[in-house]
Design a protein around this ligand. Structure first.
Ligand SMILES: Nc1ncnc2c1ncn2[C@@H]1O[C@H](COP(=O)(O)OP(=O)(O)OP(=O)(O)O)[C@@H](O)[C@H]1O
Length: 601
């Protein structure tokens, strides 16, 4: 059980700066704070650079003149500079912490909002771990970038420029010696950036794959235990974990090598400047104080220069995270709702001619977006009319497209051709919210949420209250809810796994009927019930079905008998429509499906 769906891979070489620039709309509201924080960092660095000048003054002044009060004064100035530097660094951190946590939270909300609105076909394609890791680890990397490297790249850049200006002013010959490593460092950094950005992307994609395996293992723990697959699952996890470790080590090795060179080259230059400086002092071309100040300034520039390596690394991690974030944010959304119609008829479905009323599918074709080009559509030329108040059973072999067809009516997928109308009105012309008020669905797999049993049911209809909840629970024969410790307020646990399959199915059914929808779509709603409960649910459902127009996917005669007519789906088309008995007598495929191959006309 490893991730078999793959998130789309990025194509081509990307630019770190262009990727990071896309964060601007999210960072914009806190730009003032970021600017003040950057100023604090620049000021702190500048104080660090003033300290060597104070040292020069102490060495060439009070020390040379043997003036103890002067030395004390100099010491006090140096101490105050240090305190100011530390205070500014602390202030910067405090300033950015709150606003940037806000940026991260806003990005996460925007991401979640987007996920909720992306079409089902997107979620069919993307592994859940890839989405989870983008919403968590990647956004954390983005916050780290905004709070640390963004300001420090600016502050360190300014510090390096000011520092070198001071060095050149103090003694330009020695300054040039220190500038010698600049060109090799630029070449090294650009080589590093190219390689590290690829490694960062690989690593973050692997975090997503690992998250998918972990999530599947937790959700599928019953299957894993039931089939004794924990060792196989563990080795799948270990393999993915090893891949992640490998890419993390690659990142560490690239950063280690860069850091080594970024540290060594300036150290060599400082060593050379020291030797040259001492010779110049001996020759009387330079004062000892200037040499001390020069070397102190050079040493104060060590951190801004050495930090370039890991600041670049964090920038690349954040750029990969930003790309991954926007891959989801840029994914095409479901087409927008049609513009609302003006006038009193807007939003109503009741103005149809008698012929059009009810649910009608005309020439409907559907192909999954990721199906191979050569594969035939799952549904083609589907024509079906369910009259108002009628219940139609949909029967077909497994994989014939029944679930696919039911998904087209609430527009979980859009038909690739043909028309679906409710009381003569095309579903694509209805706002989705209105469509989903009119059409209610109980899926074959009854998904529940970490909420109370009652809240799970009431999700089926906005504004429904206690009375509707009780009625829906009664219809779905879900009276077991009242016997739970807190009645319908009892939490049902993640995915409802604390309930039996039949109990989950009855809650899902209650959710579908709670809003007394005008159209009801039930995908094999009774499959997990025992014969006794099934009979009870069926008799209650008959009452609900009498007041709605319903399409019920059925595998068993008992479910089919709830329907007025039956449609047989075969080869992607509606092959026959009639009553259960008519089809049983006249259609060999139907008879075989309902009763086994021995039941032939
Ligand atoms: N998300 C998807 N992407 C691509 N193909 C899909 C997808 N979902 C289903 N299919 C394919 O569409 C076809 C119809 O599937 P569907 O689930 O509609 O069948 P069904 O009649 O409901 O089957 P069952 O009775 O077993 O529930 C199958 O061949 C299936 O492999």
């Amino acid at each position: 059980m490893t991730a078999n769906r793959e998130a789309p891979q990025p194509g081509g070489r990307r630019s770190t700066v262009r990727s990071l620039a896309r964060l601007w709309p999210y960072a914009r509201p806190v730009r003032g704070t970021l600017l003040v924080a950057a100023l604090c960092a620049v000021l702190a660095s500048c104080f660090g650079l003033v300290t060597p000048l104070a040292l020069k003054w102490i060495v060439d002044g009070p020390v040379a003149d043997r003036d103890p009060p002067g030395v004390w004064l100099g010491g006090l100035v140096v101490a105050l500079l240090g305190v100011a530097e530390a205070g500014l660094a602390g202030a910067r951190r405090i300033l950015v912490a709150g606003p940037l946590a806000g940026v991260e939270a806003r990005m996460r909300s925007a991401f979640y909002h987007r996920l909720q609105r992306l079409p089902v076909s997107f979620h069919d394609r993307w592994p859940s771990g890839q989405l989870l890791s983008r919403a968590t680890t990647d956004l954390m990397l983005v916050r780290i970038f905004l709070s640390f490297p963004l300001t420090f790249l600016l502050a360190n850049g300014v510090t390096i420029l000011v520092g070198f200006a001071v060095l050149l002013l103090q003694k330009w010959t020695l300054g040039l010696v220190l500038l010698a490593p600049v060109v090799p460092l630029i070449v090294l950094c650009s080589l590093f950036e190219e390689r590290y950005s690829r490694a960062a992307r690989t690593s973050q994609d692997r975090v997503g794959d690992l998250t998918t395996i972990a999530e599947e293992s937790v959700l599928g723990i019953r299957v894993i235990k039931g089939f004794g697959r924990h060792r196989a699952q563990e080795s799948a996890f270990a393999r993915q974990s090893a891949l992640l470790r490998e890419s993390e080590l690659r990142k560490a090795s690239l950063l280690g090598r860069l850091w080594g060179l970024v540290t060594a080259l300036p150290e060599l230059a400082i060593g050379a400047a020291l030797v040259l400086g001492v010779v110049q002092v001996a020759d009387g071309d330079l004062t000892a104080g200037t040499l001390v100040a020069f070397l102190s300034t050079a040493l104060a520039l060590r951190w801004p220069v050495e930090s370039i390596g890991f600041l670049l690394a964090i920038c690349n991690d954040a750029a990969a995270a930003t790309d991954r974030f926007f891959e989801v944010m840029d994914a095409p959304q479901a087409p927008p709702d049609a513009a609302p119609e003006a006038g009193p008829a807007a939003g109503r479905t009741g103005s149809a001619t008698v012929r059009d009323r009810g649910l009608r599918l005309a020439g409907v074709e559907f192909r999954y977006p990721d199906a191979p080009a050569a594969a035939p559509p799952v549904l083609r030329g589907v024509d079906l009319h369910i009259r108002p108040g009628e219940t139609m059973a949909l029967v077909g072999t497994t994989g014939s497209g029944k679930t696919t067809l039911t998904a087209l009516i609430p527009r979980l997928h859009d038909a690739t051709a043909g028309r679906i109308t409710l009381d003569g009105r095309e579903i694509t012309a209805l706002p989705r919210a209105r469509l989903r008020e009119l059409v209610s669905v109980a899926f074959e797999e009854p998904t529940l949420f970490s909420a109370s049993a009652g809240e799970n049911v009431l999700m089926g209809a906005a504004g429904a209250g206690e009375a509707e909840l009780r009625r829906a629970l009664a219809v779905a024969q879900a009276g077991f809810v009242h016997a739970l410790p807190d009645g319908h307020r009892t939490q049902v646990g993640e995915l409802g796994l604390s309930l039996s399959g039949g109990q989950r199915q009855r809650l899902a059914l209650a959710r579908a009927v709670v809003g007394s929808p005008r159209y009801l779509i039930l995908d094999d709603p009774l499959s997990a019930l025992d014969v006794h409960t099934e009979a009870l649910v069926e008799s209650a459902l008959r009452e609900v079905l009498a007041t709605t127009t319903a399409l019920v996917v059925a595998h068993r005669p008992s479910t089919v008998l709830l329907a007025d007519r039956v449609a047989l789906l075969s080869g992607g088309r509606i092959a026959a429509v009639g009553t259960h008995h008519e089809l049983l007598r006249g259609n060999r495929e139907y008879a075989s499906l309902m009763s086994g191959p021995e039941h032939r006309p």
